[in-house]
Write a protein that binds this ligand. Structure first.
Ligand SMILES: *[C@@H]1O[C@H](CO)[C@@H](O)[C@H](O)[C@H]1NC(C)=O
Ligand SMILES: *[C@@H]1O[C@H](CO)[C@@H](O)[C@H](O)[C@H]1NC(C)=O
Ligand SMILES: *[C@@H]1O[C@H](CO)[C@@H](O)[C@H](O)[C@H]1NC(C)=O
Ligand SMILES: *[C@@H]1O[C@H](CO)[C@@H](O)[C@H](O)[C@H]1NC(C)=O
Ligand SMILES: *[C@@H]1O[C@H](CO)[C@@H](O)[C@H](O)[C@H]1NC(C)=O
Ligand SMILES: *[C@@H]1O[C@H](CO)[C@@H](O)[C@H](O)[C@H]1NC(C)=O
Length: 390
């Protein structure tokens, strides 16, 4: 226990200054650390957000639209207890995903890594919870999204959740000490910092799995007025089960070219021909590699209906976009989004995950090092800047 305490304090020492500097003057409730719910608001009142401990999940996010009215643009449940159910775990509505986000071919990898885990390194097998039990998704059956994170620090505008992931849990080697810090800053800047430190060499890839509809479903139920722009000229080629083959494909002359701004909803049907999101699937569920990672990448999405614009900057080399292809209208929307009569429909929302290149632990040709350990800490940063179109 002493060792764990020491490791945890080392990790805390690496936390962003904002958390360490939190002076406690803003703590709203005496029982914050026992409550499952955390409510934050930006110092200038420009944004408000709610989180729960299960999965360190973002449940609500309010920013102002072009009329100056607040809208909750995060997809989720009004009833916060829903986040603790098994069904919610499989939806991944708003949590941090880990220890390894996205898919792992055959749930296998070696350390050091090798193509399709075929090398002579030490072999690991993790639970196969997707593709009918043939591959791993988001860290296995009990990924970070279903675990109860604890609150390490909080103020009126910032919270740090922490999770100790035990050695051997879901088949992964070594303890991992994680923190997820969410901070609301002036001018509706939303900062997310993820930190992890492992006691043994292990793959780590975390991400925020937040679902957005920048209109809060007030004007439409499709993504036709959602425009997207980011500089990526290559995406990760996958097989029909969304498992990377090891190739990167040019976006040129494909619906995956967002180098010039275009409607993402308007491009969804164009994905059908080549089944970019897997066999029989229409929509986006793809990983793009950012160009010019030396410069900070910027991902932009805005709705011409609500006038809400989101610009994300990150230290990550890639991103995954999912256009809610698997939602089928069975889950009631939140009240502010027209629910509970209206439901979350197919292609009505977007997940935007800043992360590393998917399944790079089975594809050494991607050239990214996703093995972390005592000598190498994991640091993930993103700033979500919300503004209004003029
Ligand atoms: C504590 O933080 C609040 C909000 O950031 C700030 O207004 C206040 O001046 C700080 N108090 C001290 C004693 O540093
Ligand atoms: C909230 O959700 C929980 C879990 O699904 C359920 O047991 C409870 O009845 C719900 N509460 C209300 C008021 O609907
Ligand atoms: C990796 O696995 C895929 C799918 O099973 C296969 O097509 C490919 O040939 C394998 N590559 C190597 C180098 O093992
Ligand atoms: C899973 O199995 C079902 C029933 O056998 C089949 O219809 C479906 O296509 C399979 N899905 C995948 C991703 O292999
Ligand atoms: C995409 O296809 C669906 C189903 O055929 C259709 O309802 C929808 O209008 C199409 N969307 C666009 C933008 O053409
Ligand atoms: C994206 O590409 C355009 C055109 O090449 C360039 O003007 C812009 O600076 C790039 N943006 C970023 C964030 O790299």
């Amino acid at each position: 226990m002493m060792v764990i305490g020491k490791l945890l304090s080392l990790l805390i020492a690496g936390l962003p200054a904002i958390v360490v500097a939190a002076n406690g003057s803003g703590i709203a409730d005496a029982d914050v650390t026992t409550s499952n719910v955390v409510k934050l608001s930006a110092p200038d009142g420009s944004a408000r957000a709610t989180f729960v401990k299960t999965g360190a999940t973002l449940t609500h996010f309010w920013v102002k639209d072009k009329h100056g009215k607040f809208r909750d643009i995060a997809i989720g449940f009004d009833n916060l207890t829903e986040y603790e159910t098994a069904e919610s775990g499989t939806l991944y509505f708003g949590p941090i995903v880990g220890r390894y986000a996205n898919r792992i071919r055959n749930g296998k990898f070696t350390i050091p890594i090798s193509k399709n885990a075929s090398g002579s390194g030490k072999q690991f097998q993790v639970p196969k919870n997707t593709n009918n039990g043939s591959d791993t998704l988001h860290g296995g059956f009990d990924g970070y999204n279903t675990r109860t994170w604890e609150i390490l620090a909080r103020s009126t505008n910032s919270v740090t959740f922490t999770l100790v992931d035990p050695d051997g849990k879901e088949g992964f080697p070594g303890f991992v000490f994680n923190t997820a810090t969410y901070t609301l800053e002036h001018d509706s800047n939303f900062k997310i910092s993820l930190r992890a430190w492992a006691t043994e060499k292990t793959p780590i890839m975390l991400s925020g799995h937040h679902f957005w509809n920048l209109e809060a479903y007030q004007e439409s139920e499709d993504l036709l007025s959602h425009f997207v722009q980011f500089n990526s000229s290559r995406f990760v080629a996958t097989d029909g089960k969304l498992i990377p083959t090891g190739e990167l494909t040019s976006v040129e002359n494909t619906p995956l070219d967002f180098r010039k701004a275009k409607s993402i909803g308007g491009s969804i049907n164009d994905t059908a021909v080549a089944e970019y999101c897997g066999t029989g699937c229409v929509g986006f569920d793809n990983c793009w590699v950012y160009d010019n990672v030396e410069k900070t990448p910027i991902f932009s999405v805005w709705s011409t209906n609500s006038g809400i614009k989101l610009d994300i900057t990150t230290n990550q080399p890639a991103l995954q976009i999912y256009t809610c292809n698997g939602l089928d209208g069975t889950i009631p929307r939140k009240k502010e989004q027209g629910g509970p009569e209206a439901t979350y429909g197919k292609h009505s929302c977007l997940v935007i995950e800043q992360e590393s290149i998917i399944d790079a632990i089975n594809n050494p040709e991607f050239g990214v090092n996703q093995i972390f350990g005592p000598e190498r800490r994991y640091e993930w940063e993103a700033v979500y800047r919300f503004s209004r179109l003029t």
